[in-house]
Design a protein around this ligand. Sequence first.
Ligand SMILES: [Zn+2]
Length: 446
Amino acid sequence: MLRLILTAVICVAAVVLVVTGRAEGAPQQKPPPLETSGAAPSATVEPALPAVSHSDPEAPYGVRLPVITPKMRAYITTRRILYLVGTLYYYLLLWLILRTGLSARLRRNAEQAGKQRLLQLVFYYVGYKLILFAASFPLDFYSGYAIEHSYGLSSQSFAGWMGDNAKSLIVDLGTTIPVLYLLYWLIGYSPRKWPLILWGASIPIIAAAIFAQPLIIDPIFNKFTPLAPGSLHDRIHALAAQSGIPNAPILVSDVSKQTNTTNAYVNGIGSSARIVLWDTLLAGKNKMTDDQIVAIVGHEMGHYVLKHIYWGFLETVGGLLFVFPLLKWAYEGVVRKKGAVWQLTGPDDFAAIPALMMVFTIISFIGSPVYNGMSRRVEHQADEYGLTVTRNPKAMAEAFVALSEQNLSDPDPPKLITFWLGSHPPLKERIEYALSHCPEYGCGEK
Ligand SMILES: [Zn+2]
């Protein structure tokens, strides 16, 4: 019953999101934390509509709003549908793995591997992930490779794309198995208080994960090099000094081998904290002007100086205090109700992992407005900081126009989409906010 109610909630919410149209739905495959642009990746800029003249009332200070081409509209719609289909298909797969008894069979096979629980979990989870990987491959290929290529957003080879997928799978196994082992051990050790103990344990684990992400995980996928010497380098480092962070590492990631889209982000804590620019900003067909890049760096410096990664960590830890008891209630409820049919022995049975994933994903989806609302708040603060430190509202507005057009990102999604799924304020809002500072800092003409 619980599962039905939660599934119904998610279906209704998803359908509402789709019918409101114009959604920027699908999350990026590997979204960097606190990236500058919205969720969608990028494209060649081919404005099919006539460019808006600078004297147009909608182009204050010579900055026009992003041109929504038929190509952009088609991409946004495709992504929206893929988001819906992908989400529902994922739930269907999890349900099928449970309902057909496949999960119980995987656990029985894993038990043959030996008496050690960790060994059993490794065997179970590897089998489970391989089944999911194979079953979702056609959709993943279409969503992650075919669509990106057909819209000119990626020129990565199939071998390269498969290699990244294989790496993601290995990273998932390496990071998820220890967490699941701890969780299932706790469920057995303290059936009543495990959410609270898990919450306490999650604090150092999350801190370590944030610290290790740029040092261990990111280099598996990309190379990071210091920004090359030159006038842009000097301007950015002068801006860092002015912001009181002269030693902040500013690195360039070679994402152009994976995508043509543009972005930048901040991640890490303590000595691993860094500002990262995608190399697609600096060269290639989507190269931005130095002023626009400096504006984007100003936004990222806002995240860095205002310690948004630390606030994000505290918010996550605070949120988990509510999420874990809810997870216990929902997960154990499902296992109690369906355990016999799905051949589960109890909440500490590894065969119940698909049910755990199902419940956790649904709770995350329901909690999205809270999480994304907090994210939009810090993104706005970073814009505000960037404007204060670079004093160039026009360059920031132009950078947002470029992000929208290059990344085929809806500049003005419906309010419900933004409320539920928007990690950043709509680009149209950000452009207007930047331009509202023109009287203060000056924006040239008008
Ligand atoms: Zn940001």
